[in-house]
Design a protein around this ligand. Structure first.
Ligand SMILES: *Cc1c(COP(=O)(O)O)cnc(C)c1O
Length: 376
């Protein structure tokens, strides 16, 4: 599968524009690694456009590799996946633009509800049989329902189910230490979710599909797996627990669009934050902070050209960065790899995150709309 965009645009003068290429084979390998860690069902979380990798591409790759469910933030994203031909169950949990209950019912999109007022607002009397997961707060004070309000939510859900407005099919929580391998820190959340499960069963909801763990819990703590795990970062090669070697699922490249030679003592970029110390070749890559290159990178950042690393020098501009290729003078249009999968000569998203003092998630989700997307 090659991105159609790639073929519809000519590469003027042989220049391939900045491109983020998604690697579905890596997504499939990551899903297989996750599968080996759990007997629970696996939800592939593809919110934020599949962590910047293209929700449809990641969803198709994950489902073909055996993911049982898909997860997104809202119903519109889920509907787009239905339109793309994905038929597995889909759960949405935050609803930035409210819930289109009609679409949720028609497209069989499950909706997580974290409070009585959400239940009333999103799933009014007129709606018909939307599948609901009760979203219980398990220690984050974020989108879940706080324990003192569980009883009221469960009672209201019972009533709505009797009216035929909803069908409670799931129970979810979220682990506060999603970014660390600390099973002991998960215990309280596990106990909380079990307690919520007992309350649902006592209220006549049977044994709903229960889910708590994201990537880190999935990879490090089987006690958190319950009936399903929800894996997003792990699919695209990010293991927040740092315990597995997952496969980076994208490659960001950019062409050299301007080149110069510079003598020693030449200031480069804004404020002359870098000054050359020798005669050298400089190349400009048309990617800047507007495209997701973190402006915070320290002096260590580099890109790869033909198997070698070359440093990024000077400040990151809005639209461009400058690389110092030393004695190597590359022709215009030469492709540089900004990041790629682990194991090659190119940096990884983990390297960029380290250089910028952030997490890899912000690097991959930050790649801007000017960057062309293709699928390998
Ligand atoms: C984003 C998200 C996930 C996936 O988390 P990862 O750490 O990226 O695997 C799971 N559950 C919920 C509710 C989320 O918002």
């Amino acid at each position: 599968m090659t991105g159609t965009l790639a073929r519809s645009r000519p590469h003027l003068g042989g220049v391939v524009p900045p491109t983020l290429q998604t690697l579905p084979a890596a997504v499939a390998e990551n899903l297989a690694i996750v599968r080996r860690r759990t007997r629970a069902r696996v939800m592939a979380v593809v919110k934020a456009d599949g962590y910047g990798h293209g929700a449809r591409a990641v969803a198709h790759a994950a489902v073909e590799a055996g993911a049982d469910w898909l997860g997104t933030t809202d119903v519109a994203e889920a509907s787009a996946l239905r339109a793309a031909g994905l038929t597995v169950p889909i759960l949405t949990w935050l609803h930035p633009s409210g819930v289109d209950a009609e679409t949720a019912a028609v497209d069989r999109i499950d909706v997580a509800v974290g409070s009585v007022d959400e239940l009333e607002a999103w799933l009014p009397d007129a709606c018909r049989s939307v599948r609901v997961h009760l979203n219980m707060d398990t220690g984050m004070a974020r989108e879940g329902c706080p324990p003192p309000e569980w009883e009221a939510l469960i009672a209201r859900a019972q009533q709505a189910q009797r009216q035929g407005r909803i069908r409670v099919v799931g129970l979810m929580g979220h682990l506060p230490s999603a970014d660390r391998a600390r099973p002991e820190a998960n215990e309280a959340a596990v106990v909380q979710l079990r307690r919520a499960g007992r309350a649902l069963t006592a209220a006549g909801f049977g044994a709903p599909l229960t889910h708590l763990a994201a990537t880190s819990g999935t990879l490090t703590d089987p006690a958190t797996h319950f009936g399903m795990v929800r894996v997003g970062a792990g699919l695209v090669g990010i293991d927040p627990s740092g315990t597995t070697d997952l496969h980076g699922a994208s490659r960001l490249t950019a062409p050299i669009v301007h080149r110069t030679t510079a003598g020693p003592g030449t200031p480069v970029g804004y404020d002359g934050a870098f000054v050359t110390t020798r005669p050298t070749n400089l190349g400009v890559l048309p990617l800047g902070y507007a495209d997701g290159i973190p402006r915070e990178i320290a002096s260590a950042a580099s890109v790869e050209i033909r198997g070698r690393r070359y440093p990024v020098v000077g400040r990151v501009s809005m639209d461009q960065i400058v690389i110092d290729t030393g004695a190597d003078a590359f022709p215009l249009g030469t492709t540089a790899t900004v990041f790629g999968p682990r194991g090659g000569a190119a940096p990884t998203v983990h390297d960029w995150a380290r250089w910028a003092g952030t997490i890899p998630h912000t690097v991959v989700t930050g790649i801007g709309p000017r960057v062309r997307r293709t699928v390998a």
